[in-house]
Design a protein around this ligand. Structure first.
Ligand SMILES: Nc1nc2c(ncn2[C@@H]2O[C@H](COP(=O)(O)OP(=O)(O)OP(=O)(O)O)[C@@H](O)[C@H]2O)c(=O)[nH]1
Ligand SMILES: [Mg+2]
Length: 235
């Protein structure tokens, strides 16, 4: 144990918030990898029907649980609300399926320390995305154009789940959308709440596992439809 601690970093001012839905086969490695670097890791089991909850326990992370599946947005908001009671300055949204890397989080944290802003957003288009399917790349690029049009921000990657933000954002973001559209809501609220922000290059890993269980392209159509509806209702 002691030697193991020597080999591991111990970042205490940052909490990783990991929404997880049916990630039983990868959750232990994702959370254990994170715990080697970050003292505070909060995993929200979003009503998984597999052994995600049991396997997450083994990592020593803090595990919260939705009794029913609500959606990534709801899981993230639950984690953000809980994490505010921890003695940390920085909050990170981090996926459970192995697509995000702790090294990128450390770089985002350092960027925030060196030159504070409210939100540091990961961008796979400033960085790299290992073996992203061509169709997915085209869809994501189109989503960026649409998101910048509707939010007024100038982003290079609008639906990247890897974000680091400060306590002011954690206290005021209040994600309402429980599903995938929370990602658009997050960028809209950066504009609406006038958060200062910066993008940083990150690496998104596309494995056979993440591609097999990940988002269907159809979701993009839903997000566009929901966003347009939200815009019309705002009027
Ligand atoms: N699919 C899905 N994921 C959820 C849900 N609740 C929490 N999550 C977690 O949200 C994160 C992102 O979900 P993904 O399905 O990987 O979505 P994505 O990364 O945007 O899309 P891919 O690039 O296809 O993986 C993962 O850690 C999921 O486990 C849910 O209701 N459905
Ligand atoms: Mg994923």
């Amino acid at each position: 144990m002691y030697f193991d601690r020597l080999l591991t970093m111990s970042v205490t001012d940052t909490v990783l918030i990991v929404p997880a839905f049916n990630e039983g086969s990868v959750i232990t490695s994702t959370l254990s990898e994170a715990r080697r670097v970050f003292d505070y890791v909060v995993c929200v089991d979003d009503g998984s029907s597999d052994d995600t909850y049991e396997n997450a326990q083994a990592s020593g992370a803090i595990i919260l649980r939705h009794v029913v599946n609500l959606g990534q947005g709801a899981a993230l908001q639950t984690g953000i609300e809980y994490a505010q009671r921890l003695p940390v300055s920085y909050f990170v949204s981090f996926d459970a399926d192995g697509q995000h890397s702790c090294d990128d989080v450390l770089a985002m944290r350092q960027s925030m320390i060196d030159d504070p802003v409210d939100v540091v957003l990961g961008s796979r288009f400033l960085g790299t995305s290992q073996s992203i399917p061509k169709a997915r790349r085209i869809l994501l690029r189109a989503a960026v154009l649409f998101s910048n049009l509707t939010s007024g921000l100038k982003l290079t990657d609008a639906h990247n789940g890897l974000r680091l933000f400060n306590r002011h954002v954690a206290q005021t973001i209040c994600l309402q959308d429980i599903g995938y559209r929370h990602a658009s809501e997050f960028t809209e609220k950066i504009a609406k709440n006038q958060y200062t922000y910066r993008e940083l290059p990150v690496t998104i890993r596309y494995s056979d596992y993440s591609l097999a269980k990940g988002q269907s392209a159809l979701n993009a159509v839903n997000i566009v439809a929901d966003t347009l509806t939200a815009k019309v209702l705002q009027r």
